[in-house]
Design a protein around this ligand. Structure first.
Ligand code: TRP
Ligand code: ZN
Length: 878
């Protein structure tokens, strides 16, 4: 911990290569809970581009070697300068040399889950971004690539398995009940990809044959007794390996691929070379204990970490400013994977929903930053939706801009040219500039300019000339900076004729016009010819760019798009826009147009009735924009309570006026059993839950009975939990009974109890805060476990806007208290929870002051971690 002022600002413009390289690392680790010995032998040499004779500067964090030897000679104390976070050796040879360090690490006392720590008695490590320096002093930056050999020794009774990166070389028993294992990783890697796991785990094994005929052993390690719950993870892994070969030509490159599930983990998962470590939430699943959306997440995250083997590990980033070069690209790859395994249309909508709910908010508030940030104090605070999700959108746009063909050859060039290197965004983009022949310098602005651009479009139809003219204008966000220049924005469009069919697009000379308009100046005008009837425009199809679209379509046009658009994303979007329009009006006290509501309800009814609509897509159509979506649309002077009421009222209207259709559709859906896990069953359950959720807005006994029955008889967690959520809308007997029954059925199963915590934290009622406070004292809750914190506290702070933003400020006070308590345990998680305050400036004045006061209370709360200090300062913009 340190005071806020003590963290220096790291700047991209200050980058220079290190003065030394470490090409070899030999680790000999003797594990003990409180005092593990870490012998590190480092093969150091001067960097060819470094300053000759420069001192060797090693990063360190909490660890201080008891002995240091240079080429076998013990260094005297006066030869070592020890600083708070560094170790400096002033006189080192100007040739390759060996440095031996003997460190002692206390894994048991480490509650940060960064470095070497214990999770349920399992030793494990987390080194990204700067955790390796907690294990041994090191040049802990991603442009230092070394070959690692790791020997682990431990008590056999406590560590059935001893795992590290690479291939297993040797293992065996030692005296006094001890054993060892030796691992060799032939691929040079940065220190953040180092990993070690040791514990009494259970193993599930399989094999994968690569397309060039190499057999790879696949091992999944879980806590004892959880083996049965790995089947889906194993299948997902094999699908991911096959897909990467087929879609990107990438093969796996070691004899074994290991995946470990641990219960205490800061994020989703980590791509350590050959030894991915996962939050157990993203590995363990069976239909009775995990929902379909858990299954979908597992497949996506297993894919994500596996895909890092090429985009991240074989080719890594030069420095942490280039984080998007591995994360944005790997998110793009995992999105494509899920789209290929499931429904591309549904996947695109889910991804855009996530982008808007996480990234747009970030981009529109004080935490806005470019996809490649210019500076940071604590890099952990920059593993953000902007770097990940917007980073992925940039790559999607790049593909739209240069076309599939050039994109694909550009990827191949990237893999060939940069294999084994630590690269920059420029290195990456240059590959595509070369294969496409396009000047991508303007496109680079997507990496440099923060904020979400607004694209406004005016449509003019000339019936006499039979032309339709679209006038585009882009307005950059103030967050883009004073000297910001127009972005390159691909806008995929269509024009619908009165029958709802796509018109042909012609230029003035009668040739076919493309349906992607590249807006790369502040404004641009495009005219289409031979347009015989007034068209309805379908703009930004498939959400072809991460922008806000501003176009004034009438309610009737939106209903038309919702019914007819051939682009499923825009069908969905039309419904969302209509609904948002009404709810935003209601929440701002404006008159809502009865005709608009009626037309919307009618269109929904038609969609429910229509045959041939995919069940999952219909479920999305029936899900209203969230309260935060509505807040973002309103933009200023937000009253979260009014938004909550507006949304609740519209849902009730739907539930009331479509009651019969909803019931009919719901009862017509065939029953599921635990065997039915394919795409159609998943879609059916999503629809069933969406229907039930709308029905339950009517608190009558008939619908509550339906929900209660689904809760009781549901064979899958998706149905059981869906019913519980539907019931949780009302303070009724059915709700309290279901909550009690759910707890009773699943107590002792932490991942399922997380759902029980979350559903209670989501309830939009005034007693929720008290309930959540009580739950922090429940035996199932622990502030030391990030999954519990996220289930209870993050759900309350991020997914329950009306209660977090209570008018009396008690929600803010509670979360601020929790953030400060958490900061002493786990700064990374504390800083993340603190981002719940990021939208404080757009609140109405009363709440704005209360939220701000709580942020200031945190800021002045004494010793803050660098993580939390930076986050609070940025949020307050001080
Ligand atoms: N690189 C990981 C991923 O995106 C995420 C990650 C970064 C992480 N830092 C971490 C995971 C710290 C756990 C803890 O796949
Ligand atoms: Zn990643």
């Amino acid at each position: 911990m340190s005071t806020p002022e003590s963290s220096p600002t790291i700047r991209l413009s200050d980058y220079r290569p290190p003065d030394h390289l470490i090409a070899r690392v030999d680790l000999d680790i003797r594990l003990e809970r409180k005092a593990s010995e870490v012998f590190a032998r480092l093969g150091v040499k001067p960097h060819p581009q470094g300053v000759a004779g420069a001192p060797l500067v090693l990063h360190r964090d909490h660890v201080m070697p008891a002995r240091i030897l240079l080429d076998g000679r013990a260094l005297r104390a006066d030869e070592i300068v020890v600083e708070a976070r560094q170790l400096i050796l002033h006189k080192v040879p100007d040739r390759p040399f060996t440095l031996d360090l003997l460190n002692v690490v206390d894994a048991e006392a480490n509650t940060t889950l960064n470095g070497l720590y214990l999770s349920n008695d399992v030793f494990c490590t987390q080194c990204e971004a700067e955790g390796f320096r907690r294990i041994t002093p090191f040049i802990d930056r991603p442009d230092v690539l070394a070959r690692y050999r790791t020997r682990i020794e431990a008590r056999k009774s406590e560590t059935r398995y001893l795992l590290a990166n690479g291939n297993p070389i040797a293992s065996g028993d030692l005296a006094e009940g001890r054993h060892f294992a030796l691992w060799d990783d032939p691929w040079p890697k940065p220190s953040y990809l180092f990993a070690l796991v040791a514990g009494n785990l259970a193993r599930v094994s399989d094999t994968f044959l690569t397309r060039s005929g190499r057999e790879v052993r696949l091992d999944i390690f879980v806590e004892d007794g959880k083996e049965e719950r790995c089947a889906f993870a194993m299948e997902s892994l094999k699908r991911a390996m096959a897909w990467d070969e087929q879609a990107f030509g990438r093969e796996y490159d070691l004899d074994v691929f290991m995946l470990v599930a641990v219960s205490d983990f800061n994020m989703g998962a980590m791509e350590n070379k050959g030894l991915n470590i996962f939050n157990d939430k993203y590995v363990l699943a069976d239909p009775r204990r995990a929902t379909d959306s858990d299954f979908i997440d597992i497949e996506a995250i297993i894919g994500h970490e596996y895909f890092h083997n090429w985009t991240g590990n074989r080719i890594t980033c030069r420095d942490w400013f280039q984080l998007c070069v591995k994360e944005g690209l790997t998110v793009f790859r995992d999105q494509e994977f899920t789209a290929a395994m499931r429904s591309p249309a549904v996947k695109r909508i889910m991804d855009v929903r996530r982008l808007r709910s996480a990234q747009f908010v970030e981009d529109q508030g004080p935490l806005a930053h470019p996809v490649r940030p210019n500076s940071y104090k604590e890099i952990n605070n920059f593993y953000t939706a902007t770097v990940y999700e917007k980073g992925a959108e940039i790559i999607r746009m790049l593909r739209t801009l240069i076309g599939e063909e050039h994109f694909s050859t550009g990827m191949t060039l990237y893999f060939e040219r940069h294999d084994g290197q630590a690269v920059t965004v420029e290195d990456f983009i240059t590959c595509f500039a070369e294969t496409s022949g396009r000047d991508l310098a303007p496109f680079m602005r997507w990496y440099a300019q923060a904020g979400t651009p607004v694209v406004s479009v005016d449509i003019a139809y000339d019936a006499v000339a039979q032309t339709a003219t679209l006038a585009f204008k882009q307005t950059l966000s103030p967050a883009a900076g004073d000297n910001a220049l127009p972005q390159t924005i691909p806008v995929h469009i269509g024009l619908l004729d009165p029958q709802g069919r796509d018109m042909e697009l012609h230029t003035a000379d009668g040739a076919m016009a493309g349906n992607v308009i590249i807006l790369d100046e502040a404004t641009c005008k495009v005219t289409f010819h031979r347009i015989e009837q007034r068209p309805v425009p379908s703009l930004l199809r498939g959400f072809s760019a991460p922008v806000r679209l501003d176009v004034s379509l009438s309610d009737d046009d939106l209903v038309f798009l919702l019914t007819h658009d051939s682009d499923s994303f825009n069908r969905w979007q039309a419904g969302q826009t209509l609904a948002t329009r009404q709810m935003a009006a209601a929440a701002s006290g404006r008159q809502i147009k009865a005709a608009g509501v009626k037309a919307y309800l009618h269109a929904l009814a038609q969609a429910i009735e229509a045959s041939g609509t995919d069940d999952a897509f219909l479920a999305l159509l029936l899900t209203l924009p969230s309260e935060s979506d509505i807040a973002r649309e309103i933009g200023t002077n937000i009253d979260p309570e009014a938004i909550h009421i507006a949304r609740r009222d519209l849902r009730r209207r739907i539930g009331l006026s479509l009651r019969e259709q909803l019931i009919t559709r719901c009862t017509a859906l065939p029953a599921d059993d635990v065997q039915s896990m394919g795409g159609t069953a998943t879609a059916r359950r999503a629809l069933r839950n969406a229907l039930l959720d709308l029905l339950c807005t009517q608190a009558d006994e008939h619908v509550l009975d339906m929900a209660e029955r689904q809760f009781r008889d549901g064979q899958t967690m998706t149905e059981v939990y869906g019913a519980l959520i539907a019931l949780s809308q009302h303070d009724c007997r059915q709700r309290s009974e279901a909550l009690a029954a759910f707890y009773d059925r699943h107590k002792g199963d932490a991942l399922v109890i997380d759902k029980w915590l979350a559903v209670q934290a989501m309830v939009g009622e005034t007693q929720t805060l008290r309930q959540v406070e009580e739950l922090t004292r429940h035996p199932a809750f622990r502030l030391t476990n990030p999954n519990r914190v996220r289930a209870l506290l993050s759900t309350f702070a991020f997914s329950n806007p009306s209660q977090f933003n209570r008018q009396d400020g008690a929600g803010y006070r509670f979360i601020a208290d929790q953030v400060m308590a958490l900061d002493r345990i786990n700064p990374q998680i504390a800083a993340r929870l603190a981002t719940a305050f990021r939208a404080w400036a757009i609140l109405e004045p009363g709440r704005r002051h209360l939220a701000r006061a709580e942020l200031e209370r945190i800021a002045s709360g004494g010793e803050l971690s660098p993580d939390l200090a930076e986050m609070v300062q940025r949020t307050l913009q001080i």
